[in-house]
Design a protein around this ligand. Structure first.
Ligand code: ADP
Length: 391
């Protein structure tokens, strides 16, 4: 037995945290420090007498000290810290202990995720100050996809860009894809090594992955999390000439186009209304044609990507839906599966209505292939990897 692991997910303006038991798979405490670096920084937590408190003008360091203080007050201890790190580049093929050497390698990868990695590094440094006696581990969103073969990860660009600058497809949401695939094997009572799976993680960010024998063979996100599926506010795939086209047509700067593709596109851009799938489905019911069109494009692009991922697998045992939309949206699952009859998947309408809860997640008729709904748990993957490495 090991005491719980503190999991930290450091963003630019917030730190999400949870205290999770790797053996029981349970979360003792979870919380968030938001509005970092503004006068109203706020620490909120759930579980163990939930509550909230103001931290004043707090940056990452002060926020982590606030979390240390909270754990002391609640009389909670932890045996190690697991950090969610967005981009591990090619260097990190699996989770690893934080050391001077691994920090140096992470710094060398900063250019690959300029928005995320510097703040992840800052979080690790601040956590080392706040918890000087605890071992720490980095768990990467990209690591799971490092098994992708060259044919899947190379862009058809001058090869020198890969050789010199490591410009290639990396993929993200690795901890989630890994968790739901392991869970699918458990539910199907078959060894993961035998299974051909496609996992669709559909949250605010969305990606799908082809996983053969537990190894990622291909995925929809690329060098950055902008590639691939339609997402809440991200466009996913577009014509690579679009930047130049818009710069000329609308006199936009490159930064403005990137901002539009990341923050004003996807479901939000198409609907002109919201990035929230639940609200869009409600609006569709009330007759909003653009909301309906946004959902239709979302499902079509998802189905198209799933059928493309089949090339990396050759066969299919199960298609897994996860993430806020995948776990909860009955119509999105139905409409996506309706586009994929050639995969041999047929929705079990009743089971889909209840999210497969009575059938171990299964929402399709017939035995193989099947469609499954499996709630993801990225924190547990981070807690388990951390516990394994510090043991
Ligand atoms: P994040 O990527 O930020 O973790 P989530 O995995 O929580 O996001 O997913 C958020 C998305 O899930 C939102 O689009 C939200 O509308 C959608 N969602 C949550 N519950 C439902 C529901 N009952 N029906 C449809 N969509 C839902």
């Amino acid at each position: 037995m090991i005491s719980p692991i503190l999991i930290l997910n450091c963003g630019s303006s917030s730190i999400k945290f949870s205290l999770s038991d790797p053996d029981q798979g349970a979360h003792v405490l979870s919380g968030l420090v938001e509005k970092l670096d503004s006068p109203g920084a706020l620490l909120k937590w759930k579980g163990a007498h939930g509550g909230e408190r103001e931290l004043g003008l707090a940056g990452h360091r002060e926020a982590l000290r606030g979390i240390v203080g909270l754990l002391h007050e609640l009389n909670l201890s932890c045996s190690g810290i697991g950090h969610r790190v967005v981009h591990g580049g090619e260097h990190f093929r699996k989770s690893c202990l934080v050391s001077e050497e691994s920090m140096e390698s992470l710094r060398a990868n900063q250019h690959l995720a300029p928005l995320h990695n510097p703040v992840n590094l800052l979080g690790i440094e601040a956590a080392r100050e706040a918890f000087p006696d605890l071992p720490q581990v980095m768990v990467f969103d990209t690591a799971f996809h490092q098994t992708m073969p060259e044919r899947a990860y190379l862009y058809a660009l001058p090869y020198d860009l890969y050789e010199t600058h490591r410009i290639r497809r990396y993929g993200f949401h690795g901890t989630s894809h890994r968790y739901v695939c392991e869970e699918a094997a458990r539910r199907l009572e078959r060894p993961l090594e035998e299974l051909a799976l496609i996992s669709a993680h559909l949250g605010n960010g969305c990606s799908a992955a082809a996983v053969l024998g537990g190894k990622s063979m291909d995925t929809t996100m690329g060098l950055t999390p902008l590639e691939g599926l339609v997402m809440g506010t991200r466009s996913g795939d577009i014509d690579p000439s679009l930047h130049e086209f818009l710069c000329k047509l609308l006199n936009m700067s490159l930064a403005e186009v990137s901002d539009m593709l990341n923050k004003k596109s996807g479901l939000l851009g198409l609907s002109g209304r919201t990035n929230d799938m639940r609200e869009l489905l409600q609006a569709e019911q009330e007759g909003d044609n653009r909301a309906s069109m946004a959902v239709t494009v979302f499902c079509y692009r998802l189905a198209k990507a799933i059928s493309g991922l089949m090339v990396g697998l050759g066969r299919l045992d199960a298609l897994i839906f996860t993430g806020g939309i995948g776990e909860n949206s009955i119509p999105v699952r139905q409409r996506t599966l309706d586009l994929l009859p050639f995969l041999g998947l047929k929705v079990d309408v009743e089971a889909n209505q209840s999210h497969g809860l009575d059938q171990n997640g299964r929402i399709s008729l017939g035995t193989s292939p099947c469609a499954l709904v499996i709630p993801t748990d990225e924190e547990i993957v981070i807690a388990r990897d951390t516990a394994t490495l510090i043991r």
